[in-house]
Design a protein around this ligand. Structure first.
Ligand code: AKG
Length: 193
């Protein structure tokens, strides 16, 4: 299936890589099933699950990162695929699972620089959504459509010079088309340093 993003020149954001159809539909269904059989936390505006090292943002010190246990076995095939496909990565030891209902989003942010390694990757399941990248200096905005089963890799300038976020909307307009959102689950992998 051709990806709508194929024409987007990702070199405009150095270090941004977008891989459509990174997993198959059946892998996606199995992952959603595994995630939904784990307990969700309601401590943010959306439901989340934390695995590996959980960083305590309020304490702002790595002494306060808590080891919650190993990453769950159901993500091992994804981590293996990332290694085998030679995607720039560090071995992730932290996973955040975010669930976005239509209308929910995440504020634009740059992932904490001294806390996490140089590469962050995020796998999308369920719904499409538009992710906005904002250049910290120039304020230039670039938006890309994240499709279900795609993987986005942020390193270099994409990691440090651009913030990323998702507006809390029920639908997105992308290339002149309105695309309704359904429930989206993302898996964001990072290395705690
Ligand atoms: C985060 O958890 O810091 C994210 O940026 C999540 C991004 C996503 O949902 O793909």
């Amino acid at each position: 299936i051709p990806s709508v993003n194929e024409e987007v020149d990702f070199s405009e954001i150095k270090g941004l890589q977008y891989i459509p159809s990174f997993i198959t539909r059946s892998e996606e269904i199995n992952l959603i099933g595994a995630i939904n059989s784990e307990p969700w936390l309601d401590d943010l505006k959306r439901r989340v699950q934390h695995y590996g090292y959980k960083y305590d943002y309020r304490a702002r010190s790595l002494n306060y990162s808590m080891f919650l246990g190993n990453l769950p076995v159901w993500v091992y095939p994804i981590l293996r695929k990332i290694r085998h496909r030679n995607i720039i990565h560090e071995d992730a030891d932290q996973l955040i699972v975010n669930e976005y209902l239509p209308g929910q989003g995440i504020a634009n942010h740059v992932d904490c620089q001294p806390c996490f390694g140089e590469t962050i990757f995020s796998l999308s399941l369920g719904s499409t959504c538009v992710m906005d990248f904002i250049n910290i200096e120039t304020k230039e905005v670039k938006s890309i459509l994240l499709e279900p089963r795609s993987l986005i890799v942020m390193s270099d300038e994409a990691r440090y010079k651009w913030s990323h976020g998702i507006s809390g909307r029920k639908s997105d307009v992308y290339r002149g088309k309105t695309i309704s959102r359904t429930t989206r689950i993302s898996l964001t992998f990072r290395k705690v340093i």
